[in-house]
Design a binder for this molecule. Structure first.
Ligand SMILES: *Cc1c(COP(=O)(O)O)cnc(C)c1O
Length: 361
């Protein structure tokens, strides 16, 4: 059977080396090893080391594993907020993060931008009372991204407030400065080209101290996956519960492959492929770039408004073996979303553009 090429923003196309590593994992019977064994600790350590290199994560920060990124929304709010969090909201994912804070009984303050728009740093007002600033680097629903420099500047302007950045649909692309950003997180079924089922939480000691201070005050900060519990196990390369060992192993292998290629090269290629997609959309008769401000256009999830119904357009594209994502939520039929993750090669992106070009004729 002819295999499809997925341009869906998660689950996404699998990383080219995924299958080889999966076979090795099966040969080595990774699925049956104990998560308390030396072999598992070596896997955890290896994956941590590869991710540190790839994303320039300082040795003081912990790298923790959870079930999903959604779980980390809850964990980081429980751990780092006693009373008040601040959120930039401009789409479904950043909104959900904000809603979690309210559901957990926090005072959640948001600044909202219309769907398809981003934020300019000069217009962001973070209250002094906020304990945690929650940013979404790449709003997967709308294709709006916040420039990394803007996030860094915001932290410099608010040095005493903890900052967490959702990099779920952009990692490993954004070059975050972890001497500024206190925490970030992603899941593996987007930019890392793996099946879903693992959340990765990068978190510094300031967050840990905050969580411990909340616990000391008698606040409920969670049980087995509370930050202090995850962190204390991490120091021995263990996890509180039986983790997704297979996925942790595969993530280490794929991060190693990415390191071999070099993060600078991956970032450059991401930008080149995004430029191909945006320049095609600018000339297209059937679709147009959804995000007006070029500085807020995502490099990893390209969103386009479509003239006809997206369902028909996507079906025509699917006939050629290319799977593009529909719009999100109420934009399902009005937009399309094209994932531009490291697993999608330049040749695949060029082939997709050619298919879309032929549909214009
Ligand atoms: C997909 C996504 C999430 C949720 O990830 P899960 O792995 O489903 O928990 C969170 N934030 C953003 C920006 C996403 O794109």
């Amino acid at each position: 059977m002819q295999r499809k090429v997925f341009f869906t923003p998660g689950p996404a196309h699998l990383y080219p080396t995924f299958e080889k590593h999966l076979q090795t994992a099966l040969d080595e019977q990774i699925g049956s090893i104990s998560h308390r064994s030396k072999q598992f600790k070596a896997i955890y350590q290896y994956t941590v080391e590869q991710l540190r290199t790839l994303l320039a994560i300082p040795p003081q920060s912990a790298i923790l594993f959870t079930g999903s990124a959604t779980e980390i929304w809850e964990r980081v709010l429980q751990s780092c907020v006693e009373k008040e969090s601040f959120h930039l909201v401009n789409g479904a994912f950043s909104k959900r993060f904000y809603e979690f804070a309210a559901e957990l009984g926090k005072k959640a303050i948001k600044q909202e931008a219309p769907f398809g728009q981003g934020f300019n740093t000069g217009q962001i007002h973070i209250p002094h009372s906020a304990e945690l600033v929650c940013l979404t680097h790449n709003e997967t629903s709308s294709g709006v991204s916040m420039p990394v420099e803007a996030m860094h500047q915001l932290k410099k302007d608010n040095p005493d407030t903890l900052f967490v950045v959702d990099i779920v649909s952009s990692a490993p692309y954004p070059a975050l400065d972890y001497s500024l950003i206190d925490s970030s997180f992603f899941s593996v079924q987007k930019g890392f080209g793996m099946p879903a089922g693992l959340g990765v939480w990068i978190v510094n000691e300031k967050c840990l101290q905050k969580a411990e201070s909340l616990k000391a005050k008698g606040l409920q900060i969670g049980t087995y996956h509370s930050l202090p519990s995850l962190w204390s196990k991490y120091t021995a390369y263990e996890t509180p519960a039986t983790p997704n060992v297979l996925s942790i192993y595969l993530l280490g292998k794929i991060a190693e492959d990415m390191n071999r290629e070099g993060i600078a090269s991956i970032r450059k290629q991401t930008e080149e492929k995004a430029a191909l997609l945006y320049s095609f959309l600018e000339k297209s008769k059937l679709a147009s770039v959804a995000v007006q401000n070029p500085q807020h256009r995502s490099q990893t999830v390209v969103v386009a408004d479509v003239k006809q119904s997206s369902a028909e357009y996507l079906q025509d594209i699917a006939k050629t073996g290319n799977v593009v994502g529909s719009g999100y939520g109420s934009y399902k039929d009005k937009q399309i979303r094209i994932a531009n993750f490291p697993a999608n090669t330049t040749a695949q992106v060029e082939a997709l553009i050619q298919v879309m070009q032929q549909l214009e004729a």
